[in-house]
Design a protein around this ligand. Structure first.
Ligand code: ADP
Ligand code: MG
Length: 398
């Protein structure tokens, strides 16, 4: 509730008026399906209770002005100049210092939203947008998709753009790729915008088919506990690039457009063709895609208690085959399982960040306590444990 109020207050101090409305979108976490997105495979993320709010209202002078509690100064631009600002080389407005990086997210969304709706700058009014968030920034919970989803949803209403949820996700990705200059997939935006309470969003990253998948955690008395290791690995970026390259190498050697097209039954042949490292990278992607499909199937056939083994197998695959875990993440997973979690795995790109554990609601405190104890015993920085609740995606709040 407070971030919503912060957005309203910021709008008030920016304009001296009340906003016409407040819109928001969620942060996200991934239940299963890691590094499968750029292999055109499957992912199963969910929106979380942490949200970014955009309080917004129109103005008569053709300016778009954005402010955030995260940044000291508001940034303004003529709507008519959005295309000249962001239509050039990806990220150039930020790289050349014409727009502060944070402002390229909301302004880039405005630019991409107009293009997606095939509207001219002259057709729409100016706007003021004030942003506040309780999504931790840069913590792997996708504050970037949350700000994109909130602004896209606000502008969709104020400018009457008629965008569907998937259009808004595409707008967010385009803003991030082209206005900010960050090459990311579309999973974050889809899960931020399209999430539902107590559900995950299945996404086929090739076809962009989406499906809401009931989790049933509430019914079963289960919770998801995030164990943030506080580790930010120095070579996360290099490691990511290296894994992507290995996947492309594997796909090329196997003669398929993407590893999505390799079935588990093809792995024996892959072992003969590929070197050991490339083979293990490929095996992670192939088995992880299958685990996402299996998780969706098991959830509907048997409910959430039955997915624990799939989460554990996913972690083992990332640890041993894809080699993106770190000792802190392995310890978080092992400790959670020893303390009674039904399943646990690292989540996100790897080399640090958080693990997610599936636990009985009554066991949340015990698992968090045991994780803290195990980290202290190894001399690691104390982990930050908090529950993450599968929540509603983009919406209007006021
Ligand atoms: P993550 O998405 O994991 O939180 P990213 O690096 O993708 O991390 O996105 C974080 C960036 O998004 C911030 O550095 C900032 O530029 C922008 N951003 C996110 N939330 C806000 C906000 N509430 N106000 C302003 N900018 C934000
Ligand atoms: Mg992000």
């Amino acid at each position: 509730m407070t971030a919503l109020q912060d957005a309203r207050d910021l709008f008030g101090s920016l304009t001296g008026r009340a906003p016409e409305g407040v819109w928001s979108s969620a942060g996200r976490a991934n239940l299963i399906g890691e590094h499968t997105d750029y292999n055109e495979g499957f992912v199963l993320p969910f929106a979380i209770q942490h949200r970014t709010y955009a309080a917004a209202g129109m103005r008569g002078d053709g300016l778009i002005r954005v402010a955030s509690t995260f940044a000291p100064d508001a940034v303004e631009l003529r709507v008519a100049d959005l295309e000249a600002t962001f239509g050039g080389a990806a990220g150039s407005a930020v790289a050349e210092g014409r727009v502060p990086e944070w402002a390229a997210y909301p302004l880039g969304v405005a630019w991409a939203a107009l293009a997606a709706a095939r509207r001219e700058a002259g057709d729409v009014a100016g706007v003021d947008i004030a942003i506040a968030s309780d999504v931790p920034i840069g913590a792997g919970l996708s504050s970037s998709a949350a700000i994109e989803g909130a602004v896209a949803t606000a502008l969709d209403t104020l400018w009457d753009l008629g965008l569907e949820p998937l259009d808004k996700a595409r707008v967010g990705r385009r803003a991030e790729n082209e206005a900010v200059g960050a090459p990311t997939g579309i999973m974050d935006q889809v899960s931020s915008i399209m999430g539902r309470a107590d559900a995950a969003t299945f996404l086929d990253c090739r076809t962009l088919e989406t499906r809401s998948v009931d989790l049933g955690l509430g019914r079963e008395g289960l919770a998801l506990l995030a164990i943030d290791t506080r580790v930010k690995h120095a070579h996360a970026t290099g490691g990511y690039g290296d894994r992507r390259a290995a996947c492309e190498r594997g796909a090329a050697a196997l003669g398929v457009p993407a590893l999505r097209d390799v079935a588990a039954a093809d792995l024996d042949r892959a072992r003969d063709i590929l070197d050991d490292v490339t083979f293990r990278r490929v095996r992670h992607i192939v088995t992880e895609n299958q685990r996402v499909l299996d998780t969706v199937g098991v959830l509907s056939a048997s409910g959430p208690r039955a997915i624990g083994e799939l989460l554990v197998a996913s972690h083992a695959s990332m640890r041993d085959d894809f080699e993106i875990s770190v000792p802190e993440l392995d310890l978080a997973v092992e400790t959670a399982l020893e303390a009674g979690a039904l399943g646990a795995r690292m989540t996100g790109g790897g080399f640090g960040g958080s693990a997610v554990a599936l636990v009985e609601v009554e066991a949340v405190d015990v698992v968090a306590h045991e994780a803290a104890r195990a980290f202290a015993a190894r001399g690691y920085t104390a982990p930050h444990c908090f529950t993450i609740e599968p929540s509603e995606g983009a919406r209007r709040d006021a």
